[in-house]
Design a protein around this ligand. Structure first.
Ligand SMILES: Cc1cc2nc3c(=O)[nH]c(=O)nc-3n(C[C@H](O)[C@H](O)[C@H](O)COP(=O)(O)OP(=O)(O)OC[C@H]3O[C@@H](n4cnc5c(N)ncnc54)[C@H](O)[C@@H]3O)c2cc1C
Length: 473
């Protein structure tokens, strides 16, 4: 052990923060250890599971991380299996005396970490967790009584009060002092998928951020709600797996605001407000861990949900007969991403038109979204279902046709993802059933033949929803 570094060899366990830039686990390890070993833990199943867009993105991010580490004179080591077993095994194999990783916010993850810490302590190694996921930690933003916020607006006010305390991002030195370990079979490169396909996600994230701040941020307040235009940053997959640091995004936005015209500043401040929504949901997850199991609001824990498997399948596949819902669900399957307005519409449709539990929607999203995030996904679903903190009121039920006419007025979004409807004029694209038979044939879109009939009648379902929720109160 060197005179001034507390550890001889530190395993840097990469989970979520899949980057070298502004990675507190990595730069603290470089500060505290004579040598570091970058380590990734993969479940055996992950090698064989069907490749969803999310899994493709994760693989690409992992390849990029490995390439960045190689540029700095080291490489990503891989251990297969459950981290509870694989991490102690790696500590023993690499003779490490500490493991550094970023901290988690969900109760099951934190419990697992607490158990692992104990086990490693028994082996004489430390597990040290570094805050990374959010800009301001949950316990830094509490109300005057020292309690967590349940409503966004006062939370945001309190958050902004300490906005200057958000740590500045830290860049990494060009070289990483790494341990020379001979066994190449433990390197990422030994996995068959590791050398194929793109892998510069961290670079891509920085590029997206720059392009967004330069071209779109000024108009963000208005354009962020229109799914047919590229009005948002598309940074969410990167924030989810950590190919970019949230502090990097925040400070870049603050700097852009300083140099922007007053009219553009509003867009940037709305963007920062969305980043704070993300923080809000993280503190909900930390302070109210039951949200992962059940509704935040007690009165809605016993809502009677439908188990209609056909309805769920048609919703998942984008075959509900409501064009905006179908476009959105198909976007999810094709791209592993969905526009925020569309997420709100499909979530309202599942819970309040089909009466299927928000938890089923939450699981489906989690499986397919490249940006799947426990906190924001749960928060978004509970918001839409009206069961969460600061949620949309339960009696606010989105009308999918009116939403579509308002936010996709010319049908650009629907045409992009629902080819059956491409030839329809804007006047009918959101309600193809409003065309007479002759018009349907002329556009080669006969409802019930080329495109599904609406799965349910929105007005009837709306009345039913009101009844179901009222019964729960
Ligand atoms: C039902 C539902 C489920 C959702 N599931 C997820 C999820 O799993 N992962 C996820 O990252 N977001 C989720 N969101 C929030 C939001 O839809 C996405 O963050 C956003 O669409 C990502 O696109 P973007 O990066 O272009 O966002 P931008 O508009 O560019 O916003 C920048 C960043 O701010 C954060 N953000 C923006 N809107 C929200 C919001 N409403 N809540 C929390 N954070 C926000 C995201 O980190 C986003 O990347 C969900 C929303 C709903 C209604």
């Amino acid at each position: 052990m060197s005179a001034h570094r507390p550890y001889r060899r530190i395993l840097v366990w990469f989970r979520r923060a899949l980057r070298v830039d502004d990675n507190p686990a990595l730069w603290n390890a470089l500060h505290d250890g004579d040598e570091v070993v970058p380590l990734l833990c993969l479940s055996n199943a992950s090698l064989y599971q069907k490749l969803t867009e999310r899994r493709k993105f994760l693989r690409s991010a992992i390849r990029g991380l490995d390439a960045d580490l190689r540029d700095r004179g080291t490489a990503l080591h891989v251990r297969m299996g459950n981290p509870a077993v694989a991490i102690p095994a790696a500590v023993a194999a690499y003779q490490a005396d500490a493991v550094y990783a970023v901290a988690l916010h969900d109760a099951p993850g934190m419990h697992r970490d607490a158990r692992l810490k104990q086990e490693l302590a028994g082996m004489g190694a430390a597990l040290i967790l570094w805050p990374d996921r959010v800009m301001r930690e949950a316990n830094q933003v509490l109300n005057a009584a020292g309690s967590p916020y349940k409503v966004f607006t006062p939370y945001k006010r309190a958050w902004l009060h300490g906005a200057d305390d958000v740590p500045r991002p830290v860049s990494l030195p060009r070289q990483i002092r790494s341990a020379a370990i001979a066994d190449g079979s433990q390197l990422l490169a030994a996995l068959s998928w590791a050398s194929r396909g793109p892998g510069d996600e961290a670079v891509g994230a920085q590029r997206l951020l720059r392009a967004f701040l330069k071209n779109s941020a000024a108009h963000y307040s208005v354009r962020r709600d229109i799914p047919g235009v590229e009005g948002t940053s598309r940074l969410s997959p990167h924030l989810s797996v950590g190919t970019i640091s949230i502090r990097r995004v925040y400070w870049a936005a603050r700097e852009a605001a300083e140099h922007a015209a007053p009219s553009a500043r509003e867009g940037i401040s709305t963007f920062i407000s969305e980043l704070i929504w993300r923080e809000f949901y993280y503190q909900v997850l930390l302070h109210f861990p039951h949200v992962l199991e059940t509704a935040f609001r007690e009165e809605f824990r016993k809502l009677r949900w439908s188990e209609n498997a056909r309805h769920f399948a048609q919703w998942s596949e984008g075959m509900t007969g409501y064009p905006i819902v179908d476009a959105a669900m198909r976007q999810l399957l094709q791209e592993g991403w969905m526009h925020n307005r569309a997420r709100m519409i499909v979530a309202s449709f599942l819970t309040k038109d089909l009466h299927i539990s928000w938890q089923r929607g939450e699981q489906h999203f989690f499986r397919h979204l490249a940006d799947a995030d426990l906190a924001s996904n749960n928060g978004g679903w509970q918001w839409a279902a009206g069961t969460g903190t600061d949620a949309s009121p339960w009696f606010r039920i989105f009308n999918p046709v009116l939403q579509a006419k308002k936010f996709d007025p010319d049908g650009t979004y629907v045409r992009r993802y629902v080819p059956e409807l491409r030839a329809l004029p804007a006047s009918h694209i959101h309600e193809p059933w409003s065309m007479n038979r002759q018009e349907q044939e002329a556009h080669r879109c006969v409802v019930g033949k080329h495109y599904p009939r609406p799965l349910v009648d929105h007005h009837e379902q709306r009345a039913k929803t009101m009844m179901i929720y009222k019964q729960s109160l």
